[in-house]
Design a protein around this ligand. Structure first.
Ligand code: SF4
Ligand code: SF4
Length: 405
């Protein structure tokens, strides 16, 4: 089995011809070596931030053990089909790839695709008021773009991506897609196991047998509505499954209390709340956004800060494909392509060069670009893109209004 040694994001590493140093920026611990075998062994680390080996050589065992014990590196199983996880310290890797792209050199851009949201169909009998809003704020079904992804389109998409890329299947109501079982089986037959499936709460019964055979994580979207909650309580055994999460869309504290007070306690721990921004900035300020005081509650590493300066870790590595064949880097942005126009590799490379969406940092948006804290503040989220309000920190809860300083 191959494995990779990955330097932790907070770890500083440097190497010369004769020696090397690992330095943990969190606790000031350092590990230095002048052993030339060790120096040679780690010589590829500087460029890639990780090294891949079949097995650890005898001479390096103690040294690697010490680095792991001091939380400077981790050892993780490696597959050539493993997409790079951004948080595995690939800051310098991205910078190198960006330079190569500018020089028109070839890079493996698909390794940056961490997650793809695939909207299979716009068919749905429901009529949720938030249908055209919620999918721009969090992962959620929508019938905003009409159409169906057919089996051939599906195969073509899946065959382009690495096997560990997370694939989430959304509708509309995907139980209405005529080839749903065939599409999901295609994923499993081809070892795309990192799958999530979004179902409507009232289709769970007909899909139960099918989904319980799968390893996929199942997301059931539910409204904070008394009737829906009572129906779920009545059939609670259908939802008792370790892979099932109930995604409740809520807009205020009353919605939250309704669920807490009325949903059967045995399924309460399977609930995930999805907060809908809908002219309720006070609720958001209180529950979602960080204000200036929150920024200094935890120490931030140099690496984290550099990352925030470089790119948007909320958006980086994500794509959506809708039933009309349009491809989006972010559901709030315009389409960047259609399935027939460009390959996913081309879409990603264009974004790495033009840096419109995945690189939306605080420095690129008003008024955060003028704020002293723009490198320390959490990166821009979909809520800010949707609401057009980048500085929720300036909302005064007591006055229920905005202030400017
Ligand atoms: S269930 Fe989803 S797709 Fe259907 S109307 Fe509601 S939000 Fe839209
Ligand atoms: S103005 Fe922007 S960067 Fe500054 S604290 Fe508020 S949200 Fe963060």
């Amino acid at each position: 089995m191959k494995y990779k040694l990955v330097t932790e994001p907070y770890n500083y590493f440097n190497i010369s011809d004769k020696s090397l140093i690992f330095y943990n920026t969190l606790d000031g611990e350092k590990v230095v070596s002048s052993d030339l075998d060790i120096v040679e062994y780690f010589s590829h680390l500087k460029a890639n931030n990780f090294i891949v080996k079949d097995e650890e050589p005898e001479f390096a065992l103690d040294f690697i053990g010490e680095l792991i014990n001091k939380f400077m590196i981790s050892r993780v199983e490696f597959s050539s089909k493993t997409p790079v996880t951004f948080f595995e310290n690939n800051h310098d890797l991205i910078i190198n790839d960006l330079k190569k792209l500018k020089q028109k050199l070839t890079i493996d851009s698909l390794k940056y695709l961490k997650k793809i949201n695939l909207y299979l169909t716009s068919d749905c009998d429901h009529d949720c008021t938030y249908c055209h809003k919620a999918y721009k704020q969090f992962d959620c079904c929508t019938k905003a773009k009409k159409g169906n992804i057919d089996f051939n389109q599906f195969k073509s998409i899946i065959n382009q991506i690495y096997k560990n890329t997370e694939v989430t299947l959304f509708g509309g109501d995907i139980s209405k897609h005529k080839d749903l079982v065939k599409l999901v089986n295609y994923l499993y037959d081809n070892k795309y196991y990192n799958t999530h499936i979004s179902l409507k709460w009232d289709t769970i019964s007909e899909n139960t047998k099918f989904i319980q055979k799968l390893q996929s994580v199942i997301h059931i979207s539910v409204l904070a509505d008394s009737n829906q909650i009572q129906t779920i309580n009545k059939h609670k055994e259908l939802f008792w499954h370790p892979n099932i999460t109930l995604n409740f869309v809520i807009e205020n504290k009353d919605d939250y209390d309704l669920i807490q007070d009325n949903l059967d306690p045995t399924i309460l721990e399977q609930v995930d709340y999805q907060l809908l921004f809908n002219e309720n900035p006070g609720f958001f300020k209180e529950n979602v956004y960080t204000d200036e005081d929150d920024l200094f509650e935890q120490t931030q590493s140099v690496k984290e800060i550099r990352t925030k300066r470089l790119l948007n870790s909320n958006f980086f590595g994500r794509l959506s494909i809708f039933p009309d064949g349009s491809v989006h880097l972010n559901n709030n942005d315009n389409q960047v392509s259609t399935l027939s126009d460009k390959t996913l590799k081309q879409v990603i490379e264009e974004e790495l060069i033009t840096q419109k969406s995945w690189f939306k940092t605080r420095q690129t948006v008003e008024p955060c670009n003028k704020c002293l804290y723009h490198d320390l503040c959490p990166t821009v989220s979909t809520y800010e893109l949707f609401s057009g309000i980048n500085n929720m920190c300036h909302y005064d809860l007591d006055l229920n209004s905005w202030h400017n300083n």
